[in-house]
Design a protein around this ligand. Structure first.
Ligand SMILES: Cc1cc2nc3c(=O)[nH]c(=O)nc-3n(C[C@H](O)[C@H](O)[C@H](O)COP(=O)(O)OP(=O)(O)OC[C@H]3O[C@@H](n4cnc5c(N)ncnc54)[C@H](O)[C@@H]3O)c2cc1C
Length: 435
């Protein structure tokens, strides 16, 4: 069997790795000159950056297994720390939530019960809400927004601001006012109720391309696969209701099966040309993405922040990551997930605003020497209410044509874990169909 995988993001790479591991002949075609898609290293003004700060959770089981499969030790790629949320507030009185080494879910309950910077009534309200979350079935009669749930649970403003909102934005890239409670609850449950290590934070300590895209390519090529870079697939070869390969300009690559591991927009465009896919394409029209901005600030020295990751309450930036522990002294990444007023600012103005707010919050810090802003308008699937209904499965109405990608249906919001799972699930379906 010959399979063409279109798209060299984490979903396409996972699919190609899985196929090669099963002895299938694979050609992976990527439009860009680098592999990794939305999670890759890029060069900008002579410097290398990850195109966004990526954080994983200990619960990301398939991602960790995939790294091991290609010979990467996750401990060499990620800095693993038990859940610790340090949230900086104006005027001090920071909120610190630290999980002790207890089995789940007692680690989270103890973390909240002993949280610093929260009144006992706020801690009690959080514990009550978590208990209700644990006993509520995942399949609500109807999905609703996280905000509606928090109102029904009578959560105090600081509990929302210092706990639920940052968690929801970090996990779903979607603000509580729009985010799906069902998806949020799944992530919370996987992270907090199964194993203690599920809630561990995994922070990338190497360039992200070195973590997966580069070793995945090596694995594919060592197993006889072919990786083609810098070639955009322009269309699909369909005859007698079956996909028989892809077109790249005037050229074609024949295949028994084709996996489209591109974003939903690109997938839609190609599906539209096929005919017979109107219902699938119509469903995918409702898929929206949320942006993520990453502001990198280079300070003249290491800042000795004490925590690798700090939440920033009442600021434009939401999370700050200190790269000094990973050998890049003085480099700070500030992440802003989801839309908002900041998206109307020019990139330079946004960088200045973030730097100014940091200077006010942390007056001891020197002036940054360099500010670089990356803005990904389509960073992650908007996990709105009932998003599950919009996410397609891996099958299409055309025989031999499959979908993979972080937007396809999975238990997870669009994350590295969802991308890896989609690639693996898709290969399962391809193999079932071929046998
Ligand atoms: C700034 C930012 C921060 C993020 N933070 C996190 C995080 O902290 N944790 C987390 O888990 N996730 C995070 N994510 C999400 C994560 O990066 C994505 O979920 C994941 O990378 C999606 O992978 P994918 O393979 O599904 O899609 P993509 O990465 O979009 O891959 C699709 C690939 O297809 C290629 N392609 C498109 N059309 C064609 C064509 N016609 N021919 C050939 N190739 C084509 C594209 O060039 C691309 O390489 C973040 C994303 C961004 C942008």
């Amino acid at each position: 069997m010959k399979v063409v995988v279109v798209g060299g993001g984490w979903a396409g790479l996972s699919a190609a790795v899985e196929l090669c591991a099963r002895g299938v002949e694979v050609t992976l075609v990527e439009a860009g000159v680098e592999l990794g898609g939305r999670a890759r290293e890029i060069r900008y003004h002579g410097r290398a950056f990850d195109n966004g700060q990526h954080v994983a959770l200990g619960a990301y089981s398939r991602l960790l297994a995939k790294l091991r499969q290609i010979g990467v030790n996750p401990d060499e790629v990620f800095d693993r720390t038990p859940l610790e949320m340090h949230l900086s507030r104006p005027g001090g009185n920071d909120v610190v939530i630290r999980a002790p080494a207890l089995p789940a879910p007692f680690n989270l309950l103890a973390a909240v019960a002993t949280a610093k910077g929260l009144h006992w009534s706020e801690r009690w309200a959080l514990l009550r809400c978590m208990r209700n979350m644990a006993v509520t079935g995942l399949d609500f009669v109807r999905d609703r927004t996280v905000e509606e749930w928090l109102i029904a649970e009578r959560q105090p403003p600081l509990a929302v601001q210092a706990f639920w909102e940052p968690l929801c934005l970090a996990a779903l890239t979607t603000p509580p006012s729009r985010a799906s409670m069902r998806v949020f609850m799944r992530v919370m449950r996987d992270a907090f109720s199964h194993r203690r290590m599920g809630s561990d934070l995994l922070l990338i300590k190497r360039p992200i391309s070195a973590a997966f895209p580069v070793p995945a390519r090596r694995f594919i090529e060592n197993h006889g696969g072919n990786v083609v870079l810098g070639q955009r697939v322009s269309g699909l070869n369909i005859s007698e209701g079956r996909c028989r390969g892809v077109r790249i300009g005037e050229d074609t690559i024949a295949a028994d099966q084709v996996i489209l591991a591109v974003g939903p927009e690109d997938a839609r465009r190609m599906l539209l040309d096929c005919g017979g896919t109107e219902a699938l394409v119509g469903k995918m029209v409702g898929i929206f993405y949320e942006p993520i901005c990453t502001v990198f600030l280079r300070y003249p020295r290491a800042l000795d922040i004490g925590f690798p990751m700090v939440g920033l309450l009442e600021m434009t930036g939401q999370w700050l990551f200190d790269h000094s522990p990973w050998g890049v002294d003085g480099l700070i990444a500030v992440v802003i997930s989801g839309g908002g007023k900041h998206m109307r600012l020019e990139r330079q103005a946004l960088g200045q605003k973030v730097a100014q707010e940091l200077a006010e919050r942390f007056p001891d810090w020197p002036k940054p020497e360099e500010i670089t802003v990356f803005r990904e308008k389509r960073a992650a699937l908007a996990c709105r209410v009932d998003v599950d209904r919009l996410r397609p499965g891996n099958d299409t109405p055309i025989a031999g044509l499959w979908l993979a990608g972080d937007y396809t249906y999975s238990r997870y919001p669009s994350t590295l874990e969802a991308a890896v799972r989609s690639g693996e699930q898709c290969v399962e379906r391809v193999m079932e169909a071929a046998n």
